[in-house]
Design a protein around this ligand. Structure first.
Ligand code: GLY
Length: 375
């Protein structure tokens, strides 16, 4: 909800801040770091870091395995994937936090020949493996698997580690981060936001960024809504395996199995339109386990480690909303749906170019606030 300025508003509080980012998830923090490294003065207001979708994700960098058809969205995803090595390198250098970035490739096995054509094969390297080849390449798959696509350039990162690294880097670089502050309303005058009203008083900046993920339409009428994902993890029993039985991500139909180098295996995810209803459910976990065991029966006796859930910021056309808003001094960076971890570096770069240098990359025009398919 956007409010008009209140007469009692304290104009002095935080005056002179260049940029105030609402949202301290992976998108807000990545952008804060990018802007700070261009010498902007940046404040981040974060309601609850633990609730950020980044903590719930699996960390796949999977433009090809996600089956995104050739489109500006695929271009955005591929550009972001290619930024990852350098972006991670800088982040790890600043913080000394290992992010688990692993160019392990993603294997997308299929059970029936009709599934072969579903995924995009036109961009990036991909190889079709027939039945013999896939079972040789990846022992332990279900005997029902008749072949699959191999995407050697898709990768993964440990999403929780990267969230920690971003937080640490932002602090180290002098981003002014405030956790536990909820923005309640944007106060506007004559087409500009003049302050934000929060649980910790009013804050003012020259420019504002909305990066509040699944919660974005609590502040502006953007078509972003939560899509819940439930997940779990198991552990490879170290006494039974000399080396990791899975050295690449498996991406099946409605299931992915993501092996980490520390013996964990992350299994995800449901996709549920249940608003912000919290918790894991027996049916959600049962479905994940059944699909995971079907695809990779090897894991049926692995010890379960953890269950969790999170809320993806979904949009009607499954594309993020990047760039200008109805307010001259508010920029949008939200709605990253299934690809927030993947799209963090390119979002940070393009939005920083836009805000700080008024340079609009042509790709941004495909991710507008008023898109034809938005409502
Ligand atoms: N990126 C995978 C998911 O959102 O489940």
């Amino acid at each position: 909800m956007v409010n008009r300025i209140d007469e009692n508003f304290d104009k002095k509080m935080n005056a002179g801040r260049d940029i105030l980012i609402i949202g301290g998830g992976i998108i807000g923090l990545s952008l804060a770091i990018e802007l700070r490294s261009r010498n902007a003065t940046v404040t981040v207001l974060c309601r609850d870091f633990k609730q950020a979708a980044a903590h719930a994700a699996a960390g796949m960098l999977a433009p090809q395995a996600e089956g995104i058809p050739p489109s500006p969205m695929l271009d955005l995803c591929l550009r972001s994937r290619s930024l990852y090595p350098e972006w991670i390198g800088k982040l790890e250098e600043i913080t000394d936090v290992a992010t688990g970035y692993w160019r392990c490739g993603i294997l997308a096995p299929v059970y029936g020949s009709q599934e072969k054509g579903v995924r995009s094969q036109e961009s990036g390297v991909s190889t079709w493996l027939d039945k013999n080849a896939i079972h040789q390449f990846q022992p332990g798959l279900s005997s029902e698997v008749i072949g699959g696509w191999w995407y050697p350039e898709d990768a993964q990162v440990d999403n929780r580690a990267i969230a920690q690294a971003l937080w640490a880097a932002a602090q180290k670089l002098g981003v002014d981060i405030h956790e536990g502050v909820t923005v309640e309303a944007l106060q506007q005058q004559q087409g500009k936001v003049v302050s934000v009203q929060t649980t910790a008083g009013n804050w003012q900046a020259e420019h504002y960024v909305l990066a509040t993920g699944a919660w974005s339409n609590q502040l502006l009428p953007v078509p972003v809504y939560p899509k819940k994902g439930q997940m779990l993890s198991v552990r490879v029993p170290a006494d039974k395996y000399k080396e990791l039985p899975l050295q690449r991500v498996l991406f099946g139909s409605e299931i992915y199995i993501v092996p980490r180098q520390d013996n964990r295996i992350v299994i995800g995810a449901t996709s549920e339109e249940v608003g912000f209803m919290p918790n894991n459910t027996p049916s959600g976990i049962q479905a994940l386990l059944a699909r995971a065991i079907r695809l990779y029966p090897e894991l049926q006796n692995f010890p379960i480690q953890e269950f969790w859930w999170g809320f993806r910021p979904a949009t009607p056309n499954e594309m993020p909303i990047l760039g200008s808003s109805p307010y001259k001094n508010v920029t949008l960076a939200t709605g990253h749906y299934r690809n927030g971890i993947l799209l963090a570096p390119i979002t940070a770069k393009l939005i920083a170019d836009l805000i700080w240098h008024q340079k609009a990359d042509p790709l941004l025009s495909y991710f507008p606030y008023y898109g034809v398919n938005r409502f």
